[in-house]
Design a protein around this ligand. Structure first.
Ligand SMILES: [Zn+2]
Length: 219
């Protein structure tokens, strides 16, 4: 891997360096501080076609990774993950033992987006294993699942997913197929809508104790 580009980046009075390294097909982006990795994230992408190393730093896929690296430094995401992880260390085993919502101990475990997803067979509550490594794809899909968990729903400009996590490749599944299969895996509902003339997507999760169960038809 050769260093293709370094970009200085100021945050909190410190000068970080965002480094893009690559070999023609495989690229990694990392944030450095004083010559050492600033956090535990490496953003990796393999491009379907070899690019001229002199021009590769300008292509969209690399820019997305650069932006993700900067954003995570700015928001201290890694530090938050480490803090949260350390706090849960003694409880990690409990994640699979009982439902946080109803305390039922019958939990289904599956692997979604490279981490475990726990599903309560009694109340339908969903929760995920703590993530310690991420990448541009996971950053984008985690924004959705975390938004739904935090706010009960998540809305996004469709083009961000169309050009990002669920980008269609010539021989692969279409955008809609990828979106549908991802939503099913995460037990999410979604709908398309338009706002300000632009297509958007809204995600939410129907839990058995959620909106469906509380809506009543007269009495
Ligand atoms: Zn439950």
């Amino acid at each position: 891997m050769a260093i293709i580009k370094t970009e200085p980046f100021e945050n909190d009075g410190k000068t970080y360096e965002i480094r893009v390294e690559g070999s023609g097909w495989d690229y990694t982006v990392r944030a450095f501080l004083n010559g050492k990795p600033a956090n535990g994230y490496r953003y990796c992408v393999s491009l379907p076609t070899a690019f001229d190393l002199r021009t590769v730093a300008d292509i969209d896929a690399i820019k997305v990774l650069l932006d993700a690296a900067k954003r995570d430094v700015e928001e201290g995401i890694w530090e938050q993950y480490v803090d949260a992880y350390v706090k849960t260390l003694s409880k990690t085993e409990d994640q699979a033992l009982g439902c946080r919502n109803c305390a039922t101990r019958t939990i289904t475990v599956s692997t979604v987006d490279q981490r475990k997803m726990f599903e309560c067979t009694n109340c339908g509550a969903i929760w995920y294993e703590q993530r310690v490594m991420t990448n541009a794809y996971l950053v984008q899909v985690d924004d959705i699942t975390e938004g739904v968990e935090r706010d009960g729903g998540y809305e996004t400009d469709t083009s961000l997913l169309l050009n990002g996590a669920f980008r269609a490749h010539e021989t692969g599944p279409s955008f809609e197929d990828q979106l549908r299969s991802w939503a099913i895996q995460n037990r999410l509902q979604y709908e398309h809508f338009t706002t300000s003339g632009r297509p958007h997507l809204r995600f939410w999760r129907k839990t058995r104790s959620g909106p469906q169960a509380t809506s009543t038809q007269g009495s």
